[in-house]
Design a protein around this ligand. Structure first.
Ligand SMILES: Nc1nc2c(ncn2[C@@H]2O[C@H](COP(=O)(O)OP(=O)(O)OP(=O)(O)O)[C@@H](O)[C@H]2O)c(=O)[nH]1
Length: 358
């Protein structure tokens, strides 16, 4: 039988730097043909669009497939497996498959999907790479004190002290074969060392914890871990799924169960469409204010700037807003501004839209 194609799962909380890490990897792939599967949260395919824009020879637009159903774990049968089958049926097979999960996805159900008979003989999970926003976690945004939460939970099984955010973070850490402490450029040495050692103590034995800036890691470090993660799921404890037994070989009932036992209603996203903006700096400031006022987790998209042929990419993680011009608008593209806003359920959509339009 032909060798299985290795697949690396890149997971991590909203805005941690998954797309940035993948872009760096593609630019340094040294001829390795990589196919990408991208799982977006929200209707606007920002990450896919950013990656397609880099025009790498080792990963052309055809090699990028997008799943736009938000929660990869709920759409395994309808979306993920058919996409993988399509990819595996190609004549020109990739050397490696990289799957970027949305920042709100649980990695365990995705890894479990590799045991499905449709794909289990053809691919294997090379490793799960969890990207952590070092700055956000150090500042206590998202899930900062996982150890304390965990200690509390161990004291009393009946109490649920966790927020959905820390559960997600914990699941992403528990599933990791490698943890990348990203954005270390924004941390001092003590902060990054503290975070690295905390994460080492919170992760499974043997998991590598590596510091990075802008996801810059050698491709040989990221790919080729050879773990076969789908074979040791039991070690990858899930907070979200403690209410039923897992049976990796029989997916039918199990999968239907998964559709309902965790709740992505906890999060929502919507798209704000605007015309051209006048001034990128002023607009970034406006976005930062809206994020603070409305407790938005992630905001990203593209903007058209008056008098500029280039498209402006806008990225905000918490209160930090980055902008850069990425490419000219195409001849058939509408010059408009589209932003996807992601937050916990209950976002005041009309107020946010109004504040961004002002
Ligand atoms: N300073 C700094 N910024 C970074 C680093 N890595 C990523 N960023 C920025 O953080 C923002 C989010 O990065 P992405 O790579 O889009 O993050 P992501 O995890 O793919 O985001 P989602 O897919 O929305 O969850 C962008 O503005 C990046 O430029 C880093 O190491 N240092």
């Amino acid at each position: 039988m032909a060798q299985k194609i290795p697949a690396t799962v890149v997971t991590g909380f909203l805005g941690a730097g998954k797309t940035t890490l993948i872009r760096h990897m593609l630019q340094n792939a040294q001829g390795k043909r990589i196919a990408l599967i991208i799982n977006e949260f929200g209707d606007l395919g920002v990450d896919g669009d950013i990656l397609k824009g880099c025009g790498d020879e080792t990963c052309t637009e055809d090699d990028i497939m997008e799943l736009s159903n938000g929660c990869i774990c709920c759409t395994v049968a309808d979306d993920f497996i058919p996409t993988m089958e399509k990819l595996l049926a190609r004549e020109n097979k990739p050397d490696h498959i990289v799957i970027e999960t949305s920042g709100l996805a649980l990695p365990q159900p995705l890894v479990r999907a590799f045991n499905w008979p449709e794909i289990s003989t053809k691919v294997t999970v090379d490793g799960v790479v969890t990207v952590v926003d070092g700055k956000a976690v150090t500042e206590g945004r998202f899930a900062h004190n996982v150890a304390a939460v965990d200690a509390q939970r161990k004291l009393d099984e009946n109490l649920d002290h966790e927020t959905p955010l820390s559960e997600l973070f914990e699941d992403q850490i528990a599933c990791a074969d490698m943890i990348v402490v990203n954005k270390s450029d924004l941390l001092n040495d003590i902060e990054s060392e503290t975070l690295v050692s905390n994460l080492k103590s919170e992760s499974r034995k043997g998991v590598q914890v590596i510091k990075a800036s802008m996801g810059a890691l050698p491709v040989d470090v990221l790919l080729g871990q050879g773990i076969g993660a789908e074979g040791d799921l039991d070690a990858r404890h899930e907070v979200h799924h403690h209410d039923h037994d897992h049976d990796d070989d029989h997916h039918d009932d199990d999968d239907h169960h998964h559709h309902h036992d965790h709740d992505h209603d906890e999060f929502e996203s919507f798209v704000v469409e605007l015309g051209e903006i006048a001034d990128p700096t002023a607009f970034a400031q406006q976005v930062a204010d809206v994020i603070r006022t409305h407790d938005i987790l992630r905001l990203k998209g593209f903007a058209a700037v008056q008098g500029k042929p280039m498209r402006l990419t806008l990225q905000a993680v918490g209160p930090r807003v980055d902008t850069y011009f990425d490419r000219p608008f195409g001849a058939n593209e509408t010059r408009s501004t589209r932003l996807v806003v992601i937050g916990q359920a209950g976002l005041k959509q009309s107020e946010i839209t109004a504040a961004l339009s002002a």
